[in-house]
Write a protein of this length. Structure first.
Length: 285
């Protein structure tokens, strides 16, 4: 039931967008201060979402104690939340084992959300063309603030190289080539950026100053490269897609083995990605 878990993961992602004043040529997403003014803690909701995400991550159904221990929730509170989620068909219970798994209600929500989001359907043909033409794994992701990026569409070529990623996969927002896009085309306090950067896990981590220099280059040239920093031996190229408000909302990413393609072919791939991204930005406007 991998498809069920993946589509349910999509239902758990919440997206915001707001135009912010900036001196740059493009609007940017709001920073932490703006979010703090808009979000107030609601423990019951946070715990319910944590339970859903834990069930989505688990390959096996989980009991109340396992969930409560994993999430540091009082077992009785966990049970009450699960009962409500079962009643709403977001979670199902196996009566014979008293273990819980994600319910079909989440798949219904995810389908409704995807039906309202034009990006996956618009991006898929472009990704298919890119993967076949350049023998790369082509990926369309959504940028969710400074929290994470979410894979919404993917196309794999016939090349022997395979990247272990699927629709619904989530990654830290500042990681790899796409992360440099996020840093380049959004506005966040330097302290916040550095704090989040320090938590990232790379196979060959760039120093923070070097990374900031790369971010500046991305802002200048309009695309991002990761030459084996995130995954050794893998080159990732990312280009930005902007929504109707001119905000960075999505990205197109191409992944290939580091030794693949000549410099000329690599330039062709980058140019093709930029063309596809501009087309998508226009379609989303």
């Amino acid at each position: 039931m991998a498809w069920h878990t993946k589509i349910c993961q999509l239902a758990l992602t919440f997206v915001y967008g707001q135009k912010a004043a900036t001196g740059s040529s493009r609007p940017v997403r709001p920073g932490p201060a703006t979010l703090a003014e808009r979000i107030r803690p609601v423990p019951a909701v946070s715990r319910a979402v944590a339970i859903l995400r834990a069930l989505g991550r688990s390959a096996e159904p989980l009991g109340v104690k396992a969930l409560a221990d994993q999430l540091d929730i009082v077992p009785s509170t966990c049970l009450h939340i699960l009962r409500v989620l079962v009643a709403e068909q977001l979670v199902r219970i196996d009566p014979s084992t008293r273990r819980y798994s994600l319910g079909n209600g989440l798949a219904t929500l995810a389908r409704a959300a995807l039906a309202r989001d034009p990006f996956p359907a618009l991006a898929q043909p472009a990704l298919d063309r890119l993967s076949q033409r350049w023998k790369v794994t082509a990926i369309g992701v959504e940028i969710v603030a400074l929290e994470h990026m979410l894979v919404l569409a993917i196309s794999r070529s016939e090349a022997p190289f395979r990247l272990h990623v699927d629709v619904g996969s989530r990654f830290p927002a500042l990681i790899s080539a796409t992360g440099r896009l996020v840093a380049a085309f959004t506005q966040w306090p330097p302290g916040e950026l550095e704090a989040r950067f320090r938590k990232l896990r790379w196979q060959k981590a760039p120093g923070y100053r070097r990374w900031l220099g790369q971010v500046a280059e991305v802002r200048e040239r309009g695309y991002s490269l990761d030459e084996g920093d995130y995954i050794a031996g893998v080159r990732l190229v990312a280009v930005p897609v902007f929504n109707a408000g001119g905000l960075l909302s999505h990205a197109l990413v191409a992944a290939e083995m580091g030794e693949s393609n000549s410099a000329r072919a690599r330039r062709g791939l980058i140019d093709d990605l930029l063309v596809q991204a501009r087309t998508l930005s226009g379609a989303l406007a």
